[in-house]
Design a protein around this ligand. Structure first.
Ligand code: GLC
Length: 747
C-alpha cells in the first residue's frame, strides 16, 4: 500500500476501509440508495452500539394504544429510554408518536429514532373497501391511489411503516383473512401487489407522505389446511412456486422495504425459522435488501410449533434463518447477548440486520428530522379531505359486483314511491369498515340506509326495519319486516356478516348467511315486491338458496367510510356496476377449494355426458362454483366476437371485438386467459394473462387486443426452473372465466 504523503498508514487504512465499506454498503439498499456518508454514519453508529442496543434495534414493541395479538411486553417506554426498542407498533396521532420519539431521540444514549408501524390495510382514517372488494374493481390505478391516500393520512399522524400489502393468495374462503387479499389468482394478485407497494412507497420518502410497505405474510399463509387460520401449510414446492410465492416476489421487484414472516409452517418448517425461505429465496434468489420482521410473537410461537425447546433456541433459529426484527416477542432483546456469547449467532449477522433497519430510518429522513412525521398542521388538513372521501365513494361503487339482476330489477326504478330497506346490515354503522380498519371511526361511516336516504331525499318515502340480527336465532322481527315490505313498492334487503367475521382468527366451517337471515330473506321476498339483496361480507359466502329466490344481488363487501353512498350510487343507477369477483363463490362449503384455474384430470366431466359416472365430479353438486372467478354483471350487456390470434416470432396477439349491446354506457373488464394444451407437466385449463377495463358506449364495438410473449407462457417445472414449452395453446377472451370465446395458436 503506497502511503499518500502526510497521513500515517494506519489512518489511511481505516479511512480506505470505511470508504470501501461505505461504497459497498451504498449498493445494498432496499429502496433506492443511501449516500456513502450515510453508510459511514451507520458504521460509526454500529461501532458505538452495545449488544443490548443492537438487540433493541431488532425489537419492536406495541404501545398500549392498541394490541393486535397476545401482549407479551408492555414495558416498552423503558425499552425506548434504554435504547432497547427499534420500532413501536400501534401508536398513532402526532402527540402520542412525538412523545415516544422524544424519549428515543432525547433521552436514550445514542438517540436513534424509532419506526412507528401500524396496520394500514385498506385506508387509515378514510377507510376504503376491504382489499378483496378493491380487487373486484380490477382498477390498479384506483388501488394504488387508495394506498397513496392511506399513506398520506397515516404519515400525517406519525406513522412511517404499514404492515401491508397482504398478498397471500387464497383459494379457501373458510379462511377469514381472504378479506385482506386480492383473491385466488396469482397473476392478478401480482399486479395488485405491485400497485399497492407503489401506492404506499411512491418514488421514495422525500415528500414525507409515503411510508415503508411490508409484504406479508411470507409465505403461503393463505393455504392453511381446512381453511383454519394459523394451521399447517402442506404444499408441493411446485405449487408453492407457481401459485403462492410470486406475489411476494412481485413486491420485492416493486421495491418493498420490508417483509413479514407468516405464522404458519410450510412442509414442517415454520416460516419464521425457515432459512430456505428467508435467506435462500428472499435474499439470494430475489435480491431483497430490506428487512424481515416477524409477525406478532411468531418467534415465541416456534415453541408451540415444536421446533424450539425454549425461547433462546427460538431466537437462534429465527436469527439464523434470516429474521431481522422481532415483533412483540422480546426474544431478541433477551437472548441475543447470550447467543453471541455462546457463538450460536454471529455478530456480523446481527450488525447486518441493524444496518438494514438503520438504512431505512435514514431513507425515511428520521435521522435528519425524527419528528418529520409529527406535523400537527398536516394532521389537521390532510385527513379525510373531501377529495379523499369523494374518491372513497367512487371506489366503493367500483368495488361492487352485480351477481344477479333478473328482469332488470336494478337499478331501482324512478317510479318507486315507497322503498323498504330491511335487514341487519342496513343500518349497521359498526360493520361498514370491516376488519383492520386502522384509525377509521365507525361513527363516521355512511350506512346503506343513510346512503339511500341521501340519494332519495324527499322524493321517495324510505322505511326501515332490521328484521333480524346478524347472528342469532331471534325470529320475532321478521313479521313486521314482511308487513313493511307489503306496504312498499320496492324492497332492498341488506344481509351478510359482521365486520369481525372475517380477518384474523376468523375462520368459519359454515359459510351460509349467519343467524336467521335466510329466513328473513325468504319471508320478505315472498311478499312479492321487486327486491334486491345487498351483501356485506368479507369472503365468498355460500348463498345458493338466496340466489334461487332473490331477483337481484349486489355484492358490496365492507365498503368503509363511504359505503352507503357508493352503494346507493349503484343501486339507483348513477353508476353502472363493473366489478368482477376475484375469488370463486362456492355452491356449498363441501366444494371448497373451488377455483377457476383448475386442472382437467384424467377423467374430466364431458359436457355432452353430464351423467357419466366414472369421472371427476360430485354426486350431489356440479363442479362449477355458483359464481366463477372474474364474474360480474352490468346494467348493460356485452357481446364477444371475432377472436383472432396472430403469432409473430415469440409474440402472440389476441384480438376480440366487444360490443355493448345494451341501452347504456358501461365499463367491461375484458379478460384474457390462456391454456397450454400439452405440457411436460399437467397445466390448468385456464390461466389469466391479461385484462383491460374499458368504457364501451351503448351500441358501440371496441376491438380489444392483448399482446403476450412466450415468457408469459412460462411455468415452473419440477426442478423449480421456470420456462415455457413450445406447442398448441388456446386463447380465451370473455367477461369472466367461464363465458369466453376461444381461438388456438401454435408457438
Ligand atoms: C397480526 C397479523 C398481522 C399484523 C400484525 C401486527 O397478528 O397477523 O397481519 O400486521 O399482527 O398487527
Amino acid at each position: 500500500m503506497h502511503c499518500i504523503t502526510g497521513f500515517p498508514k494506519s489512518f489511511l487504512l481505516s479511512f480506505v476501509l470505511c470508504l470501501l465499506i461505505g461504497t459497498a454498503i451504498a449498493q445494498e439498499t432496499s429502496f433506492g440508495r443511501i449516500s456513502q456518508s450515510d453508510s459511514m454514519k451507520i458504521e460509526a453508529l454500529l461501532k458505538q452500539m452495545t449488544v443490548d442496543e443492537k438487540s433493541g434495534q431488532l425489537s419492536m414493541f406495541a404501545s398500549d394504544w392498541g394490541v393486535t395479538g397476545p401482549t407479551q411486553n408492555s414495558a416498552y417506554k423503558k425499552f425506548i429510554r434504554d435504547g432497547k426498542a427499534g420500532a413501536i407498533l400501534n401508536a398513532n396521532t402526532v402527540d402520542s408518536v412525538k412523545s415516544l420519539q422524544r424519549v428515543a431521540v432525547e433521552e436514550s444514549r445514542l438517540k436513534i429514532p424509532l419506526l412507528f408501524g401500524f396496520d394500514v390495510i385498506h385506508g387509515y382514517r378514510t377507510v376504503f373497501p376491504i382489499p378483496l372488494g378493491q380487487a373486484a374493481s380490477w382498477d390498479l390505478d384506483a388501488i394504488e391511489k387508495a394506498e397513496q391516500v392511506a399513506a398520506m393520512e397515516a404519515s400525517a399522524e406519525g406513522i412511517n411503516w404499514t404492515f401491508a400489502p397482504m398478498v397471500d393468495i387464497a383459494r379457501d374462503p373458510r379462511w377469514g383473512r381472504v378479506s385482506e387479499g386480492a383473491g385466488e389468482d396469482t397473476w392478478l394478485g401480482c399486479q395488485i401487489a405491485k400497485a399497492r407497494v407503489r401506492g404506499f412507497q411512491g418514488k421514495g420518502f422525500a415528500d414525507g407522505r409515503h411510508i415503508l410497505a411490508c409484504a406479508k405474510h411470507f409465505a403461503a399463509y393463505g393455504a392453511p389446511v381446512a381453511g383454519r387460520d394459523y394451521n399447517v401449510v402442506d404444499i408441493s414446492p411446485l405449487s408453492l412456486y407457481e401459485y403462492y410465492l410470486p406475489t411476494y416476489e412481485a413486491c420485492v421487484n416493486a421495491g418493498v422495504a420490508t417483509v413479514m414472516t407468516s405464522f404458519n409452517e410450510i412442509n414442517g418448517i415454520p416460516s419464521t425459522s425457515n432459512h430456505w425461505l428467508l435467506t435462500d429465496i428472499l435474499r439470494r434468489d430475489w435480491g431483497f435488501t430490506g428487512f424481515v420482521v416477524t409477525d406478532y410473537t411468531a418467534i415465541n410461537e416456534l415453541l408451540s410449533h415444536g421446533v424450539a425447546a425454549d425461547l433462546k433456541s427460538a431466537a437462534e433459529l429465527a436469527l439464523n434463518a434470516g429474521v431481522d426484527m422481532d415483533m412483540m416477542g422480546g426474544a431478541f432483546l433477551e437472548h441475543i447477548p447470550g447467543l453471541l456469547k455462546d457463538n450460536k449467532v454471529s455478530l456480523s449477522a446481527i450488525d447486518e440486520s441493524v444496518r438494514r433497519i438503520l438504512r431505512l430510518k435514514i431513507q425515511l429522513g428520521l435521522f435528519d428530522d425524527p419528528y418529520r412525521y409529527c406535523n400537527k398542521q398536516r394532521e389537521q388538513t390532510e385527513i379525510m379531505t373531501k377529495e379523499s372521501l369523494d374518491f372513497a365513494r367512487k371506489l366503493v361503487s367500483e368495488s361492487c359486483v352485480l351477481l344477479k339482476n333478473n328482469n332488470h330489477t336494478l337499478p331501482v326504478p324512478s317510479t318507486v314511491k315507497t322503498l323498504a330497506v330491511i335487514g341487519p346490515l342496513a343500518n349497521a354503522r359498526e360493520e361498514m369498515q370491516g376488519n383492520w380498519s386502522a384509525a377509521g371511526e365507525a361513527k363516521k361511516c355512511v350506512t346503506l340506509l343513510d346512503g339511500i336516504r341521501n340519494k332519495c331525499g324527499g322524493s321517495v318515502r324510505v322505511v326501515y326495519r332490521k328484521g333480524c340480527n346478524i347472528n342469532d336465532n331471534e325470529l320475532s322481527g321478521i313479521d313486521s319486516a314482511v308487513q313493511l315490505a307489503r306496504q312498499a313498492d320496492y324492497v332492498i334487503l341488506a344481509l351478510g356478516e359482521s365486520g369481525e367475521m372475517t380477518g384474523e382468527a376468523a375462520s368459519k366451517s359454515n359459510l351460509d348467511l349467519p343467524g336467521v337471515q335466510n329466513q328473513l330473506a325468504e319471508a320478505v321476498i315472498k311478499a312479492g315486491k321487486p327486491a334486491a339483496v345487498v351483501l356485506f361480507n368479507g369472503r365468498p359466502l355460500t348463498i345458493s338458496g338466496l340466489n334461487e329466490i332473490a331477483p337481484a344481488i349486489l355484492e358490496a363487501w365492507f365498503g368503509g367510510t363511504q359505503a352507503g353512498n357508493g352503494i346507493a350510487d349503484v343501486l339507483f343507477g348513477d353508476v353502472n356496476p363493473s366489478g368482477k369477483i376475484t375469488m370463486s363463490f362456492p355452491r356449498n362449503t363441501g366444494q371448497i377449494p373451488v377455483f377457476y384455474n383448475s386442472k382437467n384430470t384424467g377423467r374430466p366431466v364431458r359436457p355432452d355426458e353430464p351423467d357419466e359416472k366414472y369421472v371427476s365430479r360430485y354426486l350431489d353438486c356440479p363442479n362449477t362454483p355458483l359464481y366463477p372467478f372474474g364474474y360480474g354483471l352490468s346494467y348493460t350487456n356485452f357481446r364477444y366476437s371475432g377472436i383472432t390470434t396472430v403469432v409473430s416470432g415469440n409474440t402472440i396477439t389476441v384480438t376480440s371485438d366487444v360490443t355493448n349491446t345494451g341501452d347504456r354506457d358501461g365499463e367491461e373488464i375484458v379478460q384474457l386467459y390462456i391454456q397450454d394444451k400439452v405440457g411436460s407437466i399437467t397445466r390448468p385449463l385456464k390461466e389469466l394473462k391479461g385484462f383491460k377495463k374499458l368504457l364501451i358506449r351503448k351500441g358501440k364495438t371496441i376491438k380489444v387486443s392483448f399482446t403476450l410473449t412466450s415468457r408469459d407462457l412460462s411455468f415452473y417445472h419440477p426442478d423449480l426452473k421456470k420456462y415455457w414449452e413450445p406447442g398448441e395453446f388456446n386463447a380465451f377472451v370473455g367477461g369472466n372465466s367461464e363465458e369466453v370465446i376461444s381461438a388456438s395458436f401454435k408457438l
